[in-house]
Design a protein around this ligand. Structure first.
Ligand SMILES: *Cc1c(COP(=O)(O)O)cnc(C)c1O
Length: 366
């Protein structure tokens, strides 16, 4: 810090070390573009959710229900959960931040894996705590290495399952082994933003683990399969003592009324979710196979996106591919911030987007 600036207000320790999160690019207005950079729903949102959102327009002068009762009941009834153990937030991002804020401070450590979601270091460092980053094996969290990284200072472990940006997921027995190896005072945060997409039989999002322990929280989002990313809506399933903590520190009206109305309608519209899932079940394997067929290495994914690895020569590398795709109206995500500058993350899009993307990359590589 220069002497010149020493007298002005200073943020808390750690905050100026944070690398700001860089969202997926949006396209130039008007141009015909396919945005495949933020794992958004190619089917949009449920019509019932859209109608509920419009209905909320008649009451914009009123504060929302600070308890989010209707929404929490809709979530509880969909998954058979206890309403009191659900806390809603402005995106699961807010809930991750609130958890870090409540349980981390200066001198504490929080663990996440090498290619873990980049919101975790922001949440950790903004509370003065130290991020401990554990190497992965084959783009998958390594439970033994994570357990070996636990120290007396460890207070939290963040695990995205499936993980973004790798798309890989741990089977539930591995998640249980991770939990079993953690001290009872360490909070395990299972970020299950893509849980609805997973088709493997040995996967569980973490509901059972939350219900049977005192130190596990699962977070979920309406941004992905429900197609409500614009509304910023997520929820956490927590032990009662954690829900109590989050309810003390969250803003009293942290979720807006239109978001709650749309979310409650969305989670009840199982037919829409089934359509979104069927779309992904068709196009995720198609995209993987087509990209492999044109010579690209694709990490197997359990989500609605693919981590795609490019050759290293300057003409065909990931940066050249990204520029080429952008020139042709396809916006994907560079992975430099994750230390994966040789890869791009590509969301499953509409049929038109998927076919167009493959044709564009085929031309690029030939
Ligand atoms: C998209 C995503 C989320 C969801 O964030 P919201 O704030 O709910 O939109 C959470 N975790 C991961 C790993 C994600 O990819």
């Amino acid at each position: 810090m220069s002497a010149l600036h020493r007298n002005r207000p200073q943020p808390n320790p750690g905050i100026l070390d944070i690398a700001p999160y860089v969202p997926g690019k949006s396209g130039a207005k008007g141009a015909r573009i396919h945005k495949l950079s933020s794992n958004e729903s190619p089917l949009g949102a449920s019509n019932l959710a859209i109608e509920a959102y419009k209905g909320a327009a008649n009451s914009l002068a009123l504060y929302p229900d600070g308890n989010a009762a209707t929404l929490r009941e809709a979530i509880a009834s969909r998954y058979g959960l206890k309403t009191d153990n659900i806390v809603c937030g402005a995106g699961s991002d807010e809930l991750l931040q609130l958890l870090a804020h409540a349980y981390l401070g200066l001198g504490d450590e929080a663990i996440y894996s090498q290619y873990g979601f980049l919101v975790y270091p922001i949440a950790i460092q903004s509370n003065g705590a130290t991020a401990v980053v554990v190497p992965e094996r084959d783009y998958l969290a390594d439970v033994d290495a994570m357990l070996a990284a636990v120290s007396p200072r460890t207070r939290m472990v963040f695990l995205a399952n499936p993980n973004n940006p790798t798309g890989r997921s741990l089977p539930f027995n591995e998640v249980k082994r991770l939990h079993a190896g953690l001290p009872a005072n360490v909070l395990l945060v299972l970020d299950a933003a893509y849980a609805e997409y997973v088709r493997r039989n040995d996967y569980e999002s973490g509901i059972e683990l939350v219900a049977t322990s005192d130190n596990v929280v699962m977070t979920r989002t309406f941004s992905k399969i429900h197609g409500l990313a614009a509304l910023r809506l997520g929820w956490a399933y927590c032990p009662a003592h954690v829900a109590d903590v989050l309810n003390r520190i969250r803003g009293p009206f942290n979720v807006s009324a239109p978001a709650m109305a749309a979310g409650a309608a969305a989670i009840a519209d199982q037919a829409f979710v089934e359509r979104a899932l069927a779309h992904n079940d068709t196009w995720l394997p198609w995209l993987s196979a087509e990209l492999a067929a044109i010579g690209l290495e694709v990490t197997p994914s359990d989500g609605n996106f693919l981590l795609v690895h490019f050759p290293s020569d300057a003409k065909r590398n990931a940066h050249a591919a990204d520029a080429w795709l952008q020139d042709n109206g396809f916006i994907v995500r560079r992975m430099d911030a994750y230390g994966l500058s040789g890869a791009l993350r590509i969301s499953v899009g509409s049929e038109e987007a998927n076919r167009g993307l493959v044709a564009c990359l085929r031309a690029f590589l030939s």
